[in-house]
Design a protein. Sequence first.
Length: 178
Amino acid sequence: MGKIILITFAFMGFALYEMSGGDAFVPIAEEKRAALEIEQANEARMLAKARAEQLKAAPAPVQIVLASAVMPSPEAALFKDKDIVSPVLDVDKAEAIASAAEIAPEAPAPLDIREVTAARVNMRNGPGQTFNVVAKLTDGEQVEILQDPGDGWVKLRVAGSGRVGWMADFLLTASNTN
């Protein structure tokens, strides 16, 4: 009887091993970690692409070269009545023209700053309740929205600590950017 029980447990153990994937088994925590690393790499790639497009779309800086004086030469007398002899520029006028020609940099896009509206909420490592809690935020804490994919979760950065995580969007005030 003892041998039958031992053989039964051995068979059940082998069946469980094979059903769980055998030597190819990967725990769920490692799958989540791998998925999060892939998501972070994709996000970094998208941010780099957006920054490259922003730099490409920005106007190139304008450089103005102004002469402060023109020295007369013997050849200049030959072209005295012609338009190719340039007038002498006053240094103060040249500086005024140069400062007026400077292009102001574009204003950065407004930040999406929101506040937590619940007493104590979990900030998670990813967009869902299955991800680990990385911090707890309290009512009134300000956060900057980094990403809003529209699925009910937003990626945010806490204003005070700079920690980055995910939170359900209904726990925050409405967006201030429209």
